[in-house]
Design a protein around this ligand. Sequence first.
Ligand SMILES: O=P(O)(O)O[C@@H]1O[C@H](CO)[C@@H](O)[C@H](O)[C@H]1O
Length: 237
Amino acid sequence: MDWTRYDAALFDLDGVVTPTAIVHMRAWSEMFNAFLATRGVTEPYTDADYFAHVDGKPRYDGVRSFLASRDIVLPEGDPTDGPDAETVAGLGNRKNAAFMEVLHRDGMQAYPGSLHLLDHLTTLGTKVAVVSSSQNARPVLEAAGLIDRFPVIVDGLVARQEGLPGKPAPDTFLAAAARLGVAKERAVVLEDAESGVAAGRAGDFGLVIGVDRGAGVEALTRNGADLVVSDLDELVK
Ligand SMILES: O=P(O)(O)O[C@@H]1O[C@H](CO)[C@@H](O)[C@H](O)[C@H]1O
């Protein structure tokens, strides 16, 4: 990988920098399957549902996408809805409580390969940002001891404050490149989700790298990845 052709690396967080995608995945599965059981739905929510409808998207967009795939319509509700509310926001917040419990209980460590690449980019002087749909990006980065490594963080809270549409729209990546003062053609997007590589493609970035943590090479390529790696260590040197 010739990093001298680029000025910035825009990192997705969950599943790219930290193994938090697995925690999100489990929390969604527990919540959706308990919810489907209360409605008498026998077809379970599976990991395939996660990758196709939920992965990489803002919290409530993921709830809406999955429910739509099962022809279930719930009231939107409000972000302040409690976890018991039978609303899109309530289901999302129910899942978030499970996610935060695991984060606080178990802590979080970055992927060693991702740390290796971050160190390499620091040596080269390549700028870095985190671009995450998650409203929990800062607590995750803090838990992993990485908050100071990213001068720019465009997360789900920033997106909400600034009215930026979430992935697969390219707006959050474009906002991060602008904050770093880097042209999109000189920026590399690193993503493990279908919605994320699609955002990189839609934003016409210099390079879109898919990281296959379960979505699969074919799905990442079809949705916009120029190349797919299985770990960021492969991008050092
Ligand atoms: O519930 P937040 O932590 O705000 O958002 C999370 O963001 C993840 C992408 O980084 C996505 O894969 C999760 O499904 C979503 O819940």
